[in-house]
Design a protein around this ligand. Structure first.
Ligand code: SF4
Ligand code: SF4
Length: 387
């Protein structure tokens, strides 16, 4: 029994570690090699951000791919079935906070506590934050929260500090603050700020899966309270209904009674922890693998030249990873004309240079939007600029 419990938590750490390493690796490869998905295309929250635009006309926000819709659908399925299992077993940013949290547990004997009333009020903040982001995004029609988001800041670290600081100044500061604060107080971002966590918390109100506590065998040792990364008072309830529970199962595996004092129930039936973990992680990873392997769902935008061949290329489709040669071919513009209109006529820029590398060659703080605006002016195309 004890060995099984140990294995469950080991499996959880392996799962979180896998998703953290996998998403970071993809983000690094995206910087270096064309064809790898961008960090934005691998975030379920992107699906929520684009939902209004998608439902009202089938179009997606810039940087969002059909993969985001798939991930959102998976999050909804997992949230309804297994509560916040995504947060506890899959989320790469949760994993990152968990690493710093375990560091803190090793350094400090007694974890930091926040007065309950203050903590409760602060935890409510993520709900209006979620609503505000969605309204702001839908009104502006762009991923407005991106520069303030710590995850893209983390994912762009391999592009160099200058790019991170230039594009994600606030996101980078939030990232550093989150990681430092996680040493003293676990999962601070999840508790107080994460909009995806807030969305998951709302889904987890549908009570299909719950942890129950059997009073008669509980010895009131408080261990479950102490191991809970979300500071839920497990010992003070018979059934965990808190939207804060991330289904990490730390409380269940830590309970020393070995009498199923804490147990997992799915639609009133007791179920083994490993089964729920396997289903939760398996459904998520398996669906992504099938979608990617079969090509049923696209994780990357088609190259500009493919779009142009189909006759649906737009100025908005130009990305930092687009090369000058591809842009010229797709829009039928000569390179010297494009460079002149972009203020680059005095530089020797090879045609296969990606726009995002222009700054490295010229030493200028160069924005992708400069090229978009240049194309729009040359061809007299409608483009309202990056928001
Ligand atoms: S209540 Fe248990 S399962 Fe829920 S977050 Fe706390 S330790 Fe994890
Ligand atoms: S860890 Fe188990 S025995 Fe200890 S307080 Fe929690 S439920 Fe009771």
């Amino acid at each position: 029994m004890a060995r099984m419990m140990y294995r469950i938590q080991l499996a959880r750490r392996i799962s979180l570690g896998f998703f953290l390493v996998f998403s970071t690796l993809i983000a690094i490869l995206h910087q270096k090699i064309p064809g790898f998905p961008a960090v934005d295309a691998l975030c379920p929250f992107g699906g929520l951000e684009t939902l209004f635009k998608f439902l009202s006309g089938g179009e997606l926000l810039r940087r969002i791919e059909p993969s985001n819709i798939l991930l959102l659908a998976l999050i909804i399925v997992l949230g309804v079935l297994f509560g916040r299992i995504f947060c506890g077993w899959i989320c790469a940013f949760g994993a990152l906070q968990g690493i710093f949290g375990s560091l803190g547990r090793r350094i400090f004997k007694k974890p930091l506590t926040i007065p309950q009333r203050v903590d409760r009020i602060l935890r409510l903040f993520k709900y209006p934050f979620l609503v505000a982001i969605l309204i702001w995004t839908w009104r502006v029609g762009d991923l407005v929260i991106r520069p303030y988001d710590p995850w893209p800041a983390w994912a762009h670290l391999s592009a160099g500090f200058a790019e991170v600081w230039g594009e994600f100044k606030i996101g980078f500061i939030v990232l550093i603050l989150t990681l430092i604060s996680s040493i003293f107080y676990e999962r601070t971002f999840c508790k107080y700020l994460c909009p995806l966590g807030a969305f998951n918390a709302l889904l987890s109100r549908i009570p299909l899966m719950r942890i129950k506590r059997e009073q008669s065998t509980c010895t009131s040792c408080t261990l479950c309270n102490r191991v809970c990364p979300m500071n839920i008072k497990v010992m003070e309830t018979d059934r965990i209904n808190s939207p804060e529970c991330i289904a990490c199962m730390e409380c269940v595996t830590a309970c020393p009674t070995k009498k199923n004092t804490l147990s997992l129930h799915f639609v009133r039936k007791q179920v083994p922890l490993w089964l729920i973990a396997l289903l939760g992680v398996g459904i998520y990873a398996g669906s992504i693998g099938i979608a990617r392997g079969t090509g049923l769902v696209s994780f990357t935008a088609p190259p500009l030249t493919h779009r142009a061949a189909k006759g649906d290329v737009r100025v908005e489709d130009i990305k930092g990873s687009s090369t000058y040669a591809d842009i010229c071919e797709a829009f039928g513009v000569d390179l010297p004309v494009l460079l002149a209109e972009s203020g680059l006529s005095t530089f020797d820029i090879p045609p296969d240079t990606r726009i995002k590398d222009t700054g490295l060659i010229t030493g200028l703080a160069f924005e992708t939007d400069t090229v978009r605006n240049a194309i729009a002016r040359i061809l007299d195309l409608p483009y309202s600029g990056e928001h």
